[in-house]
Design a protein around this ligand. Structure first.
Ligand code: AMP
Ligand code: ZN
Length: 114
């Protein structure tokens, strides 16, 4: 998709602090971190949200979740605990309509979230 921020990051047209990359997935630090670990995991292919990613049915959703765990391990937050969040739709705070998993950790995370 031509006018999509995360497609441009995935294509390396816009710089990002990349922490993990595979052939189908990219993970980079959020520009406005809400926790010591705040990484976004995106499929390189454009899907608008988690439902579209799941409907793709080609294992890509698995790749995103596996990468989210790898990010947590690499940042050393897997044992203490971390959260994987897909904001889906404007009412849930989604602002970039290229699906991304937020991986949050490194501090106490309250439940329920606001
Ligand atoms: P959401 O509100 O769930 O759609 O999440 C979008 C996230 O993208 C926010 O947490 C932003 O801080 C983050 N963000 C926006 N632009 C960039 C960028 N250029 N590099 C890294 N993260 C970004
Ligand atoms: Zn995109």
């Amino acid at each position: 998709m031509t006018d999509c921020l995360f497609c441009k990051i995935a294509a390396k047209e816009i710089p990002a602090d990349v922490v993990l990359e595979t052939d189908r997935v990219l993970a980079f630090r959020d520009i406005n971190p809400q926790a010591p670990t705040h990484v976004l995991v995106v499929p390189k292919a454009h899907h608008a949200n988690a439902a579209a990613l799941a409907a793709a049915d080609d294992g890509l959703a698995d790749d995103v979740l596996k990468a989210a765990h790898d990010v947590a391990v690499n940042d050393g937050v897997d044992a203490s605990g971390y959260r994987v969040v897909f904001n889906t739709g404007p009412g849930a705070g989604q602002t970039v309509f290229h699906v991304h998993a937020h991986v949050l950790g490194g501090r106490d995370l309250r439940w329920p979230p606001g």
